[in-house]
Structures are given as structure tokens and as C-alpha cells.
Design a binder for this molecule. Structure first.
Ligand code: KIV
Length: 261
């Protein structure tokens, strides 16, 4: 079954958790899709996991188009969503339409994701949805505001901050977003938002009561240099890869590989 947006809403109603992960290239996308992941996000976290940047700010629309094209080639079943990178959509709804339009036209991804809420992003989401571009929202810790937020700290701790995140989520739903990422906020706040909204919430560092969960796949695979406090590694591929490369190097140096035959 190919996953469509409607399916995510049905899963929320059925309380069937949505499984999401990030991908940045063809082999990773193929592996995630074969393993049965429901939603594959080409996140601008590819700036850190694939391009060696310190944060997501340097990632360009061209980077996102290039990597999303590779991911889409590897996916047969999952819904593919592509991030709009920093300053490819914040200037105006027209700029957002141009960037999101390029993502849909040139990559084959079915939807875009953008960060932020009321009022500017709610208006932008409404404009995109009006022309038929599906949008996923993203509130709480929004990594493109890393400097404004003074780092990647938890959001929604004070009553004012929690209220603002709650209002942002409602504004995004009213604007027509089909789902919302809740990043690094208290579990209780995420549960309240999830209960209030008719569209699915996908949590990352937002507790167990969201309608789905997403992780950065490099974190899950043990490929990241630093793990966020809420992430979990299920395997240590860094160690496995280093060991394989050391074994190969030793065998080449000792003339054990390739064998004469
Ligand atoms: O860029 C990304 O990978 C993301 C996830 C943290 C949800 O936005």
C-alpha cells in the first residue's frame, strides 16, 4: 500500500502510531522504505548528517532538491515530505509558493514541511494549501531559529511559551496543515496539543502521547557525533564501519586481500 496523507489522518483516528524517520540519500531511503517506515522526511538536518554543517542554516533549496530527488528514487511505499530550508519561504507567501512548487515539481515528494506558526507561517500555509501543496508544520524547538532560541534547548517550559506553542499548532491546523512536528517540548504539552488537534502530531523529544514519532536516522543508527538527549541509538554503525575499514586496510597492507583466486 502506498501511503497517502489521508491515511495519516485515519491512523490518528484509529490510534495507530505513525512511524517516521529522516533520510538524505538513495540507499538510506531504500532501507527505511523496505523496513516499512510510514513517512520519510528529507529534513534539513541533512546539513549536519550529510554535509558537515554545524546547524541547518547553510542548507539551500538546491541542496534539498538534490537530496530529495535521491530519496524519492529509493521509495516505493512511504509518504515523502521535504523540508523547506532557512530563508526559502520566510520572506513572503509568494517565495514559499515558488520554493514549495519547485520541491513538488522537481523531486516527486508529496509534501513540504516548514517551521513556525502564527501569524506569518499560518498565512503562508494557507496560501500553499490553497494551490494544492500539502504542508506539514513544525513547532516547539525550531532548529532554523537556533540563534534566537539560544541553542537547541527544550521549548514550552513557561506558561507563556507553552501557550504560544499551543496557539501556533491550532493556527497551523486552521490554515490547513495536514500534520505537525512537535519538537523538544514537555510531554504533557504535546499530549494536550495532540488531543486538541484533528490532524496528527509527530513527536521528536515530545513524549509518548503524540500520534507518531520521528527520529533523525543518523541518531538511530549511531552515526551522529552528538546525540540529542531525547534520541535513541538502536545500533552503533560508526563502530561497525570503522571496524570494517580497519579490517580491509589491514588485509590490503598484509596482502591478504584480494586472494590470488
Ligand atoms: O530536519 C529534520 O530532520 C527535522 C526533524 C528534526 C523533525 O526537522
Amino acid at each position: 500500500m502506498v501511503i497517502r496523507i489521508r491515511q495519516l489522518i485515519e491512523w490518528k483516528q484509529e490510534k495507530r502510531p505513525i512511524v517516521a524517520l529522516t533520510a538524505w540519500d538513495y540507499p538510506i531511503a531504500q532501507l527505511l522504505d523496505r523496513a516499512g517506515v510510514d513517512l520519510i522526511l528529507v529534513g534539513d538536518s541533512l546539513g549536519m548528517v550529510a554535509l558537515g554543517y554545524k546547524n541547518t542554516l547553510p542548507v539551500t533549496l538546491e541542496d534539498m532538491l538534490h537530496h530529495t530527488q535521491a530519496v524519492v528514487r529509493g521509495v516505493k511505499r512511504a509518504l515523502v515530505v521535504s523540508d523547506l530550508p532557512f530563508l526559502s519561504y520566510q520572506e513572503s507567501p509568494q517565495q514559499a509558493m515558488h520554493s514549495a512548487g519547485r520541491v513538488l515539481k522537481e523531486t516527486g515528494a508529496q509534501a513540504v514541511k516548514l517551521e513556525g506558526g502564527y501569524p506569518a507561517m499560518a498565512e503562508t500555509v494557507a496560501q500553499l494549501v490553497k494551490v494544492g501543496i500539502p504542508v506539514m508544520g513544525h513547532v516547539g524547538l525550531t532548529p532554523q531559529s537556533v540563534y534566537q532560541l539560544s541553542g537547541n534547548r527544550q521549548q514550552g517550559n513557561s506558561p507563556e511559551s507553552a501557550e504560544r506553542i499551543f496557539a501556533d499548532a491550532i493556527a497551523l491546523e486552521q490554515a490547513g496543515a495536514f500534520a505537525i512536528i512537535l519538537e523538544h517540548i514537555p510531554a504533557k504539552l504535546a499530549a494536550q496539543i495532540t488531543q486538541k488537534l484533528a490532524i496528527p502530531t509527530i513527536g521528536i523529544g515530545a513524549g509518548p502521547d503524540c500520534d507518531g514519532q520521528v527520529l533523525i536516522t543518523a541518531d538511530l543508527l549511531g552515526l551522529s557525533e552528538r546525540l540529542p538527549p531525547f534520541a535513541k541509538s538502536y545500533v552503533n554503525l560508526q563502530e561497525a564501519i570503522e571496524r570494517a575499514v580497519q579490517d580491509y586496510s589491514r588485509e590490503v597492507r598484509e596482502r591478504l586481500f584480494p586472494e590470488a583466486e
